[in-house]
Write a protein that binds this ligand. Structure first.
Ligand code: MRU
Length: 363
């Protein structure tokens, strides 16, 4: 995706030194566009934990490159296993992280120490390139549905999305936003309702920034507005991303997704989940009991950061000092509320048989 005409990915190897890793500091957006330089595995793990890099596919790619940094410092197999375990622990819900680490270890265990670091960079680059191709394919499959809606109605196609499942959350294109970017490129009259996505406001801060940069018409709404909009015919389709899809079709995504699915179900609004195969956990059959839900610090709920009218970016406490807060970061939408999944291999119903038809190698 382009920023001011320059194409970027969300993670890349520095072209000048050929080994350090570059990411945008997503905790600074949209107030500042800051590029971070990661030169140690500890910095990569820190970036994932603190959500400087966030979004399921992106944390997988950053973890893969983090392992490259580890191997550059110490290519031994013992050190690799230790650092891989440390990276894997950085965040629990998005399965892309463990998937990327497992793939790196499988590719690198039998490689001699002397060439392990070089092989690691090649495997991480393959993970990143495949993510771009998969997200582009998700865009192509998803845009067909948006086109179909546009053909049967007058006025803009109104979509609703939750959190940020755009190019910042992947290596490029995004998952839920890829069909929207393609629809916009094809000249379809389109409008996106963007949920603010408390507590960290990834919708308000990141999705609005992305869509705005690309000229996609959008309106931010508070998280609680979705049901009202759907009840009044103002949402043609919901598209969200996912952090982990169980083989049953249950979907873990940012907290609040489940409530959107309930409202969509009650109002007959199609509720689609865009996810590459790296987000599918074939080992879990019941998402509600099986998917680990990350509990994040209470301060993400009690303190908000915004730009004061004088321009300073400030944290502000929004509840009384003594009030405790809980912060489950994800929820699970049962498959029965999901109209279907948009994957790189096409769209399918959210059930084990339909998933197995698209991905027979995992069935
Ligand atoms: O906590 P985050 O910001 O990493 O959560 C991100 C989401 O929930 C996204 O919707 C999901 O990862 C899909 S990203 C393409």
């Amino acid at each position: 995706m382009k920023i001011d005409g320059t194409p970027y990915r969300s993670v890349w190897v520095d072209q000048e030194d050929g080994w350090t890793i570059r990411i945008f500091d997503q905790t600074r957006l949209p107030w500042a566009l800051e590029i971070l330089r990661l030169s140690t595995v500890a910095q990569a793990a820190h970036a994932i934990r603190t959500m400087q890099a966030r979004g399921a596919p992106l944390i997988g790619a950053v973890a893969a490159y983090g392992l490259c940094l580890a191997l550059r410092a110490d290519p031994s197999r013992d050190a690799m296993e230790r650092d891989a375990a440390m990276l894997r622990e950085a965040r629990p819900t998005a399965v892309n992280l463990a998937w990327a680490i497992d793939r790196m270890l499988a590719a690198l265990r039998q490689v001699p120490d002397a060439s392990r670091s070089r092989a690691a960079y090649a495997e991480a680059a393959a993970i990143a390139d495949e993510d771009v191709a998969q997200c582009e394919a998700i865009g192509r499959h998803g845009v067909a549905m948006i086109e179909a809606i546009a053909r049967r109605k007058s006025g803009p196609v109104n979509l609703l999305t939750h959190c940020n499942a755009g190019w910042l959350a992947t290596v490029d294109w995004g998952t839920a936003l890829a069909p929207m970017y393609m629809a916009h490129e094809r000249g379809i009259d389109l409008h996106v309702w963007v949920d603010e996505t408390r507590p960290r406001n990834q919708g308000a801060l990141l999705t609005t920034w992305e869509l705005g940069r690309h000229g996609v018409p959008h309106t931010m709404v508070v998280d609680n507005a979705g049901g009202h909009l759907m009840q009044h015919g103002q949402v043609d389709m919901v598209i969200v991303g996912a952090d982990r899809v169980a083989r049953s079709g249950d979907v873990a995504n940012k907290i609040g997704t489940y409530l959107k699915a309930l409202a969509a179900h009650d109002n007959g609004v199609p509720f689609w989940v865009a996810a590459p195969s790296s987000t599918i956990d074939w080992a879990i059959s019941d998402g509600v009991t099986g998917i680990p839900i990350e509990e994040r610090p209470a301060t993400e709920v009690t303190v908000m950061t915004g730009r004061a009218l004088d321009g300073a970016v400030l944290p502000v406490r929004i509840v009384p000092t003594a009030t405790p807060a809980a912060n489950p970061a994800f929820d699970v939408t049962p498959a029965r509320l999901v109209t279907g999944l948009i994957t790189e291999r096409g769209c399918c119903a959210a059930n084990p048989a339909a998933l197995a038809r698209l991905f027979p190698e995992y069935a």
